[in-house]
Design a protein around this ligand. Structure first.
Ligand SMILES: *[C@@H]1O[C@H](CO)[C@@H](O)[C@H](O)[C@H]1NC(C)=O
Ligand SMILES: *[C@@H]1O[C@H](CO)[C@@H](O)[C@H](O)[C@H]1NC(C)=O
Ligand SMILES: *[C@@H]1O[C@H](CO)[C@@H](O)[C@H](O)[C@H]1NC(C)=O
Ligand SMILES: *[C@@H]1O[C@H](CO)[C@@H](O)[C@H](O)[C@H]1NC(C)=O
Ligand SMILES: *[C@@H]1O[C@H](CO)[C@@H](O)[C@H](O)[C@H]1NC(C)=O
Length: 429
């Protein structure tokens, strides 16, 4: 390795990138719609790829460090070689050979090959690193405006077979993880000077939610509610191994009663084990077995105080109540509240019935079930906060100050994540 040469190449690369894509002078960001698929319970993000821009659906993966696409859907891409600074930084294993060969010219002819991963099946493949054109509509926090594009979006392309197990109609995966090569980092550095993105996931099959990139707000939802004003903040915790977003969850309270846990749920060790993270690939919050048992026991005890009696469970859930025993409100069924307490007792993410419970209606069964799952004794991560618990919550990821802003249920503000006005405004550029 020649570290000096590498560093100067990287400097050169970023110098040219800056020349090609002057950062936008306005503070406005870009946006994308997010749709939930009710078969896989996964989320799809829409953006424009190729030139001329083509609307493309990608699986939203909050944890992946880079994006990938089935090669046949990317027809204007350029492959990149091992000697591109990008490839050295991301650490393509297949390039190690040319880096260590005495003849450095090998690196200009060897293609940079990555290992894109399907997070659902855990299968990975090999795929060329490519650059492709990307475009997204601008926003000032309201309706989408004109498309803004850049032609140096870095991702991987893969065999079509890697799509198996993902939502029908997706062409690949949008990686939003903590990485210099995630969609979020690339889009926010190219379009804006604000390294912040926000997600508002909708659970509605017909009305999409929204993602804002390169904007710290405002985020307007009908009727004219700026949800950026509702945020509270907690630090994002670095994980030495993973590109997932980990938070400093220190305790869980059910109706104000602290769940007794004999383990530290915020600690992440040097191998990346432990801690609490957010995942859009996990449909329901999944807890390590001991945490799950203590949590459900406390929940059942606290619901008994509200005169709720558990009934026969419906798979995959273990704690269910007859729907006719439960009162429905604008924040969902009246069950004990679940508070995810962060750094101190004053900073908590409150989970109401609409996010803690799942309604199951089939044959002669009509129940509300506690939508949390037992992840088993041996889990890499202690707590994975899943999609159902994130829906109708605004989540803002500030990558510069390394903090997460969370709103708790936006239903409490009489709006929802599906209330974004997607009608295009032509004059916004
Ligand atoms: C849990 O671990 C974190 C990080 O290692 C540490 O800062 C914190 O003090 C620990 N909390 C408790 C209650 O031990
Ligand atoms: C739940 O209630 C039962 C019966 O009153 C009690 O034995 C148990 O300790 C309680 N568990 C928790 C976690 O509060
Ligand atoms: C639960 O039921 C008991 C007996 O019917 C009643 O006295 C109590 O007020 C009820 N509690 C709640 C929270 O509804
Ligand atoms: C997480 O919270 C604990 C308890 O308040 C605190 O001691 C620790 O420093 C926090 N960790 C980070 C990374 O902020
Ligand atoms: C959505 O935005 C369009 C364009 O600004 C506007 O004409 C329309 O009234 C808005 N819809 C609602 C329900 O406010």
């Amino acid at each position: 390795m020649l570290p000096h040469k590498l560093i100067s190449l990287i400097t050169l690369f970023f110098f040219f990138t800056c020349l090609l894509i002057p950062p936008s002078s306005s503070s406005s960001g870009v946006l994308s719609s997010i749709t939930k698929d009710h078969e896989t319970l996964l989320y799809t993000l829409s953006l424009y790829l190729n030139s001329p821009p083509q609307l493309t659906n990608l699986l939203l993966d909050l944890s992946a460090s880079y994006s990938w696409i089935d090669c046949s859907n990317s027809f204007t891409h350029r492959s990149i070689s091992c000697n591109s600074p990008l490839c050295s930084v991301i650490g393509s294993r297949t390039c190690a050979k040319c880096f260590h060969s005495p003849n450095h010219d090998d690196c200009s002819t060897s293609p940079c090959v990555l290992s894109p991963l399907n997070p659902v099946t855990h299968k990975s493949s090999t795929g060329k690193a490519i650059v492709e054109s990307i475009a997204l509509p601008v926003t000032d926090g309201r309706n989408p405006g004109q498309l803004r594009g850049f032609s140096e979006f870095f991702l991987s392309c893969s065999k079509k077979s890697l799509l198996k197990g993902l939502t029908k109609g997706v062409a690949g995966l949008a990686g939003l993880g903590r990485s210099r090569f995630s969609l979020t980092t690339q889009v926010s550095t190219s379009f804006s000077s604000t390294h912040t993105f926000a997600l508002c996931l909708s659970g509605s099959p017909s009305a999409p939610g929204v993602a804002f990139f390169g904007s710290a707000g405002p985020y307007y939802f009908l009727p004219e509610i700026d949800l950026s004003k509702t945020l509270r903040y907690t630090p994002l915790i670095p994980n030495p191994v993973h590109s997932d977003y980990f938070i400093n969850l220190t305790s869980i309270k059910v109706n104000g009663v602290t769940v007794q846990l004999n383990q530290n749920i915020s600690a992440v060790d040097q191998q990346g084990f432990g801690g609490t993270k957010l995942s859009t690939i996990t449909p329901y919050t999944t807890l390590q077995s001991n945490i799950y048992s203590a949590f459900t026991e406390t929940f059942v005890n606290e619901s008994a105080k509200l005169n709720l009696t558990v009934t026969n469970p419906v798979e995959p859930f273990k704690v269910c109540y007859n729907a006719d025993e439960v009162l429905d409100t604008k924040v969902g069924p009246t069950v004990p509240t679940v508070d995810l307490v962060m750094d101190n007792d004053d900073v908590f993410w409150r989970i109401f019935g609409s996010n803690s419970m799942v309604r199951i209606v089939r044959n002669d069964v009509d129940v509300w079930c506690l939508g949390f799952l037992d992840g088993g004794i041996k889990t890499e991560t202690s707590i994975i906060i899943g999609g159902h618990q994130m829906e109708n919550n605004l989540l803002q990821f500030d990558l510069e100050q390394e903090k997460l802003g969370f709103s708790s249920s936006v239903l409490a503000y009489s709006t929802s994540c599906s209330n974004f006005n997607f009608t295009t405004r032509g004059n916004l550029s």
